[in-house]
Design a binder for this molecule. Sequence first.
Ligand SMILES: *Cc1c(COP(=O)(O)O)cnc(C)c1O
Length: 423
Amino acid sequence: MSHIDTKCVQAGWTPKNGEPRVLPIYQSTTFKYDSAKMLGDLFDLNASGHFYTRLSNPTLEAVENKIAALESGVGAMLTSSGQAATMSAILTICRAGDNVISTSEIYGGTYNLFNITLRQLGIDVTFISNDTPADEIRTLVKPNTKAIFGETLSNPSLRVADLEKLAAVAHENNIPLIIDNTFPTPINCRPIEFGADIVIHSTSKYMDGHAVALGGAVVDSGRFDWKASGKFPMLSEPDESYHGTVFTEQFGNAAFIAKARCHIMRDCGMQQSPQNAFLLNLGLETLALRMERHSQNGLSMAKYLSQHEKVAWVDYPGLESSRDYELARRYLGGKCSGVVSFGVKGGKAEAAKLMEALKLTALVIHVADVRTSALHPASTTHRQLTDAQLEEAGVKPEMIRLSVGIENIEDIKADFEQALAQI
Ligand SMILES: *Cc1c(COP(=O)(O)O)cnc(C)c1O
C-alpha cells in the first residue's frame, strides 16, 4: 500500500476473517477483561489494548492509524477538535515558564489560544511573520523555547510557510517544529517530509469534508530525538504523572504521542467520539479525489476572478502573481486547495451586495467542505470594526473568502458571473 490515495481508502482498518468490511463504530466507553492481571498490564502500559474510551477506542485507533499512515508518522491521536489538537500538542512538551515561537499568520482561534490562553497559563509565545528571515528567528530562540509553530497554508491569509527554513532553525536548537497542516491535508503536503516533527489537523475541514463532524488530530513523526535534545525531561526522565514511566525508554521514537495520550488526553479528556471518528473515516476515504477537485476548482476560480473587470485583487498561492507562488510549488506541488481570497472594486458595500446576489454559493461561517461557500468578514465576523480597524487587522473591507467546493466548475463560475453582474 505505497500510494496515498490507496491509503485513504484502505489504511487503518484491516478486517480479519468474517469481520465487518467497513470500520465499525465501537460505541462503548469501556471494555471487558477476564483477569485483573491483564487490566493491570494495560494500566502499566506493558500490554496494548483498550480499556476506557477517554484513552483509546478501536474505532478511533483505526482512524488514527490511517492518518498516521497518510502523514508518514509513527502514531496519531484524535481529539475532539482542531483546537484540542493544538492545545494537547503544546501541553505535552511545554510547561509554565516555557516559550513557543509561532508565525502570526495562523487560524484566529489558534492565535487567541497562543496570545491569551497560553500566556494566562504561563507559556509565553513569540510571534514572527512568515517573512521573518531565519537569522532573525535564530535570535529569538531562548533557552526556554520548546517549539516552533506554523501553518502550512494559513487560514485565512493563505500564506505558505517555509517549512525547511523553520525546521532548520528548530533543529539547530534541538526543538521540534509543529505544523498545522489542515488546509493542504496530507494529499497536497506532507510536512514531515520537509522537517516537521509534529503535525496538527483540524479534521473538521477537508479531512471530514462534509461539514458533519468536529475533530482534530496530532501526528508524531517519530523523528525527533527527545532524549538527545535534553530539553524535554517530561519525556526522557521518570514521569510522576505516570508512576515513573520514562516515555523515551518505554515507547522509543513514539514517546511524544504516547505521552500526549497517557498524560494529556487522560487528564484533559478532549477525546473524539467514536461516532465522529467513523464519519471522519468516511471523509478520509474520498480525500484524495476531493482534494484534487478542490485544488483544480480553486485555481480555476482564482484565474477567473483575477480576469474579471469588477474584481480588484485575488490572493491564491497557486497564481503566478502570488508572493508565495514559489513556496506553493515547493511544498504543495502547486496544489493549493480550494480557499481563495479576493476583493471587489467598490469596497465593503459592493462586497456585501455580491454576497447577497450569490445563489449556489452559500454564506456560512465555515471553510473547506464539499459545498462552495463564501464569507465577507467585514459584514459578518469583523462587522464591529471600522474600515481603519479592519485594515489594521489585515482584513480588507472588500475582502471575500471563498471556499471552492467540488461542484462542476462551470456552475460555480456561472453563479459568480450572475452575482458580479449585479454590483
Ligand atoms: C478550523 C481550524 C482550526 C481549529 O479547528 P476546529 O476543529 O474548529 O477546532 C485550526 N487550524 C486551522 C488551520 C483551521 O482552519
